[in-house]
Each structure stands twice: as C-alpha cells, then as structure tokens.
Design a protein around this ligand. Structure first.
Ligand code: SF4
Ligand code: SF4
Length: 390
C-alpha cells in the first residue's frame, strides 16, 4: 500500500514502524472474514482492512474525528486478522500506534473519560480489586472466589517464577496454586515474586500507554533479582493475556535505555504455562468427561500457540468436543466487555453456542473465564485446574 506519512511522524520510530506495516498490506480483505467485529457489525470500517485505512489516513495527517476513534475502540485487539493475513501485516503493532495518535488528537466526553480513568486506576490495584470483589460477593453481585489448594513449599533445584497478576489472585488463586502443585510433582518449584502487580496490558490497552509501560517496569524490577541471579530458569504465565504482553516487553521498552536490555531478557524467558507443562508431566487418566476448550485470542493469535492445551487435556482423560469458529474472540478482551458491552455480549452468546454442551468449558485466561462464566451455568475452568486432580 502506498503511503505518505505526515512530516510530524514520518521520521519517528513509530512512524517508521507504521509505514513498514502499512506497506505490507495489499488490501486483499482476507482478514475481514475472520474479524469478529466485522461479523457482528457488517461495516467495513469495523474490519481490519477498514481500520488500517483509517489509521493510514490519520498517519498521513488527515482529520481525525470521534468516529475514527470509535472504530478503533470497537476493535478487540484479538489479532485474528494477523493469523489470517497472507502478507504478514502486524495489525496489533499498528493499532497501538494508531490508537496513541488518535487518542492524542481527539477528546472523549467527560463520562467516558471518567470511566476509563477509573478502570485504569482501579483494576491494576490487586488489593483494591480484591476488597471490591469481597464487597460485591457480600451483596451477591460478584462471582465467588475459588479457594486454592495448598501451594507446595519450594524444595526443588529447578525453579520458575510465576506472575501473580492483578485480578487473578482475587478471582481465582486456585489457578496458580494448581500450576505450582503440578510442577512440584514434576520436580520444579514455582514461586511468586513479591512486589509485582499488573503486567501492564490493562492500562496500555486503555490507551494509557505510558502508565502501562510503568507497570511493565515495576514488574521487571520485582522479577529482576531472581532472574539476574539465575535463581529461576523461566517466567511462567498462567493467564495468556499477560503472557502475550510480557513476551512483548522487549518491544514495548525498546526505546527505554534503562530497561530495554532487561525487558528483552524478560521476554525471552517468558513462557505460557502450556509451553512448560509437557504431556509426560500429566498422568494418563481414565475417562473424565467432555470438555470444550475455548482458546483465548491471546493464546492462539497473540502467542500463536495452538493444540498444546488440548493435547494435555486429552492425555488426562478428557474428551475434547469440537468448537465451531474457534478462531473467534469470546468478547472479553481485557476491559472491552465493560466499554463495549453490547458487542461483547453478542460475541459471548455466539461463543457459548459454538462451545456446545460439554460437561465443562476450559480456557487459559482469567478474563475469558469470568466473562464466559457470567453467561452460562456450565462450569468454566482454567485448564490447569482440570489437570490438578490428585
Ligand atoms: S491486513 Fe492482510 S489480509 Fe487484511 S487486507 Fe491487508 S494484506 Fe489483506
Ligand atoms: S484485532 Fe480482531 S477485532 Fe481488531 S481488526 Fe483484527 S480481527 Fe478485527
């Protein structure tokens, strides 16, 4: 695609990156077929190709309006379009740049600004989120917390660090504990580093990009002693949304002279839990019932990991049921379900219909888990909890 970026951005690092991405897009439109928002709304400007066109115009210096921002806001950042694109267009990188530009050139209404600011302030604060959750549980308006089984004390030479996360410790401490128990049986001690918080995805994707980078720096600081001393061999992510983000720390902080090197090292050591748990660590089980696996976008598109969780669940004795249109987002997408509730609910209904009627639904991300559970009576679990059956 021919581009002529505005002078103000052409020679900046963002401008150069955006131009290289835009040049790859041949405008074929293959990506529209797999875009969830295009499927729901049917508007080309709510497809990857349409959004790329809007961002190209904005980067070329054309007027940016609230409508431009709306079409970018409606994007789930699910990156299904990246998986589909035959030209290798890195849409996720482009939309980060485009959103930053459009946010700076437009002004949201006061209510919307307040809502986004509140989310950006409150969600990454684990203690505050936990207190709000407990208050909600008292009044019966918040999901119950699933109690964790015992976390084995560190006893092995091999150690891995796990991200505690921001909302997951309050909603489902059972997930990291299940991972620790399974890895302990395989000869690996899993430890959480104190002082860490949100991976940065929440604020970054709310377009508080610099605040998101601050969260990334804080987490690097919390992890660095264990990483630099060689105490831990790997950083394990039990939420695929966090994993997709931490694997990109090297990119997000590449222009920060103090953190670039550390960020790249952190990213290179980061693995999703399904890359760490191998089939030989899972005892073969007898028939344990039917499971539909909802593969989060951050796992299948963001990290390009497919089939690993399904193989582990099969080995453990679960029968995987087929899922139609498994590439489509469930509508959770970080804070999307709170900011675009109508589209989010529609996508959830479609996803739950596609998941069919198994005994339980498995997933790999706390956001998808709570979002789906909110729409069904069927149990929704992180896959590691289904493997921790001893
Ligand atoms: S992003 Fe890829 S699939 Fe979509 S229009 Fe451009 S080249 Fe085609
Ligand atoms: S990231 Fe997802 S919602 Fe956004 S344009 Fe691509 S496919 Fe559509």
């Amino acid at each position: 695609m021919q581009t002529g970026l505005a002078d103000s951005i052409r020679n900046t690092p963002e401008g150069r990156e955006a131009e290289a991405i835009l040049r790859k897009c041949v405008h074929c439109g293959f990506c529209t077929a797999t875009c969830p928002t295009y499927q729901v709304l049917g508007d080309d400007l709510d497809s990857p190709r349409g959004r790329i066109y809007l961002m190209k115009r904005a980067l070329e210096g054309a007027a940016v309006t609230d409508k431009t921002r709306l079409h970018l806001d409606r994007c789930l950042t699910c990156r299904a379009c990246e998986t589909t694109c035959p030209s290798g267009v890195r849409y996720g990188r482009l939309v980060d740049i485009g959103r930053g530009l459009v946010e700076a050139k437009t002004r949201r209404g006061p209510l919307e600004r307040a809502k986004r600011a509140l989310l950006a302030w409150a969600l990454p604060r684990t203690r505050l989120f936990g207190a709000a959750l407990r208050a909600g549980q008292l009044f019966g308006v918040a999901p119950a917390t699933r109690a964790a089984k015992a976390w084995p004390a560190p006893r092995h030479r091999r150690k891995m660090l796990v991200l505690a996360g921001c909302v997951q410790p309050a909603l489902a401490p059972s997930i990291n504990a299940a991972a620790a128990r399974l890895l302990d049986r395989a000869g690996i001690s899993l430890i959480e580093a104190g002082g860490g918080g949100c991976c940065g995805a929440l604020r970054f994707h709310l377009n508080y990009q610099e605040d998101g980078r601050d969260d990334m720096r804080a987490l690097i600081d919390a992890w660095w002693p264990a990483v630099s001393s060689g105490e831990v061999e790997t950083l394990v992510m039990t939420a695929s949304g966090c994993g997709a983000t931490v694997k990109e720390y090297g990119h997000h902080l590449s222009r920060d002279p103090r953190y670039a090197e550390k960020a790249a090292r952190i990213s290179s050591l980061t693995r999703d839990l399904c890359e760490v748990i191998t089939p030989d660590m899972v005892p073969a089980g007898r028939s344990r019932g039917t499971i539909a696996f909802q593969s989060p976008c951050t796992l299948q598109h963001g990290q390009q990991l497919r089939g690993k969780v399904e193989a582990l669940l099969s080995k453990a004795g679960y029968t995987l049921t087929p899922v139609d249109d498994a590439h489509l987002c469930c509508g959770s997408a970080g804070t999307y379900s709170l900011l675009q509730p109508a589209i989010s609910r529609e996508l959830r209904s479609r996803k739950l219909a596609a998941l069919g009627t198994p005994d339980a639904i498995a997933t790999a991300n706390i956001g998808c888990l709570t979002h789906l559970q909110d729409g069904t009576e069927r149990p929704v679990r992180h896959w590691i909890e289904l493997l921790d059956v001893q």
